[in-house]
Design a protein. Structure first.
Length: 269
């Protein structure tokens, strides 16, 4: 029975991995196929589609804009969410249900509605259809991911106990947050940062409706080529996925380095 149960578990895991990885592998193969619509396997292979994608006049600017938008959204989310959630857990725990409700709202508001509402309300310069408004929209859209990761990390530690212990040693609120709480919830912060980065990097609706061609991102370029040439669009998808994956690894590496430095600082004290 145990062997049978293990076999079933392995089969389920294999099916899940196949379901997740097969579309990615198919996209990679399609991006180097000369033609793949008349047979099971591609008729030939080429890197022409990557050359076309990389030579696009908007590729570098789109990549730059996507990176700026994603990193700015992560930074703003950290500055807004971490102190707020910490303060709620440490001082205003009765406000947690209200905060939970507010964090659910972005999931219930379609991106089209959010974008059009922001464009109508913030119709004055310098916010009107600007990258600043786009970053604000992506922060609101992705905030539940950061909140959930940071909130779960704070729930796993004794926030009030650590705060009171630090206060008894003369630490102020800023020092407690940056030198005690942040190192303690660093894995949650990194998880939230990765989720926000990945979500914003691939965001199309908000970028299309708020800034459009004035601040063209990589997803906008990808959709544009989807209407022209599916092979080039597949190449752009592969490039986008690979760059997002590499950026995520860099964020993890930087996070681990920062965590080690913070832990060494705490030990030295």
């Amino acid at each position: 029975m145990k062997h049978r149960a293990s076999a079933i578990q392995y089969a389920v895991i294999l099916l899940f991995l196949s379901y997740m990885l097969f579309p990615i592998a198919a996209t990679y193969i399609f991006s180097v196929a000369t033609r793949w619509d008349r047979s099971i396997l591609p008729e030939g292979y080429t890197l022409e589609w990557y050359r076309t994608a990389l030579q696009s006049s908007y590729f570098l600017s789109g990549l730059r804009n996507s990176m700026i938008m994603s990193l700015a959204s992560v930074a703003v989310s950290l500055l807004v969410v971490v102190p707020t959630v910490y303060w709620v857990h440490a001082r205003l725990y009765e406000a947690k249900p209200l905060l939970e409700l507010l964090m659910i709202l972005p999931f219930g508001i379609p991106g089209v509605v959010l974008a059009l509402a922001l464009v109508q309300v913030f119709s004055f310069p310098p916010l009107a259809r600007s990258p600043y408004l786009l970053v604000g929209a992506t922060v609101v859209f992705s905030m539940p991911f950061m909140y959930r990761a940071v909130g779960n990390a704070l729930t796993a530690i004794d926030v009030r106990g650590l705060t009171e212990a630090a206060q008894s040693l003369g630490a102020g609120t800023g020092s407690i947050l940056t030198q005690v709480i942040v190192p303690s919830i660093f894995p949650g912060i990194m998880s939230g940062s990765l989720l926000v980065f990945a979500t914003v990097f691939a965001e199309f609706t908000l970028a299309k409706l708020i800034t459009g061609a004035a601040f063209k991102t990589l997803p906008l370029l990808l959709v544009e080529y989807t209407r022209k040439n599916g092979y080039v669009a597949a190449a752009l998808s592969v490039i986008s996925f690979t760059l997002a994956w590499v950026a995520s690894l860099l964020i993890l590496w930087i996070g681990r380095t920062g965590r080690r430095s913070a832990q060494e600082t705490l030990r030295s004290r």
